[in-house]
Design a protein around this ligand. Structure first.
Ligand SMILES: C[S@@+](CC[C@H](N)C(=O)[O-])C[C@H]1O[C@@H](n2cnc3c(N)ncnc32)[C@H](O)[C@@H]1O
Length: 218
């Protein structure tokens, strides 16, 4: 697992073990608007890189009919996720998952949906390939995928803020940084996850992938 430092610093747990991320709080409402209609009618949803658990707690509160499995490779964050989701009967204990290591799809078994928020820019191209390939494997014939974050378009950042963020990430580790949206959607197409790209606030994008339509974007 790589350790890139976000610009606002890593979240720290409070006395009750709860962590809060200003970014997660900021982007929650627009993510809910786009994600909730995309989730399946029933089944299990895996969240990769759950971080503070603020997102998965909100997803689970809005969709009590689905079961959510949060995950993170960082043990402090897993404790924070479990603390945040205590009392939500449809959230399983956070699992230790490095999504860039091959083999997790077979180990975890099928799920109906996979959610990834603000991770792809923190990993290398090769690690992203592993993550997407494993996500494709764990999803069944009607599986859904949602990926949110900042992306390059035609290889370029689309704002000064994103350009600075990309440069700062690459200064920490030249292998990481914002990924090109075309690369991600091409891979999802190959994995039969017909991708639809949704513009989000603050120049971010949500990529929604869905199996079983035969038509890109549906
Ligand atoms: C920027 S935070 C995003 C957290 C959360 N999704 C959010 O939006 O608030 C990145 C998270 O990715 C996790 N992470 C880092 N490398 C990972 C990997 N290889 N596989 C899965 N998660 C990883 C970190 O532990 C951290 O919780």
């Amino acid at each position: 697992m790589r350790r890139a430092n976000p610009p606002e610093g890593p979240p720290a747990p409070d006395a009750e073990g709860l962590m809060t991320s200003p970014a997660a709080a900021r982007n929650l409402a627009p993510i809910l608007d786009v994600l909730l209609p995309h989730l399946p009618r029933k089944g299990e949803v895996l969240e990769i890189a759950s971080g503070t658990g603020e997102h998965v707690a909100a997803f689970a509160a809005h969709r009590p009919d689905l079961t959510f499995r949060p995950s993170d490779p960082d043990p402090t964050r897993r404790r924070a996720i479990d603390a945040r989701c205590r009392g939500l009967p449809n959230v399983a204990a956070a699992i230790d998952l490095d999504a860039c290591e091959s083999g997790w799809a077979n180990a975890l078994g099928p799920v109906e949906a996979v959610i990834v928020v603000n991770l792809l820019h923190l990993i290398s191209d090769g690690e992203m390939s592993v993550l997407l390939d494993e996500a494709g494997r764990i999803l069944g014939p009607s599986g859904r995928l949602a990926i949110y974050g900042p992306f390059l378009r035609d290889g370029m950042a689309t704002s000064e803020g994103d350009a600075g963020f990309h440069a700062a990430l690459q200064a920490q580790d030249p292998a990481i940084g914002l990924k090109d949206i075309e690369v991600v959607t091409t891979v999802l197409g190959v994995l039969d996850l017909s991708p639809q790209v949704v513009e989000m606030p603050a120049n971010n994008l949500m990529i929604l992938g869905r199996r079983g339509t035969g038509v890109p974007g549906l």
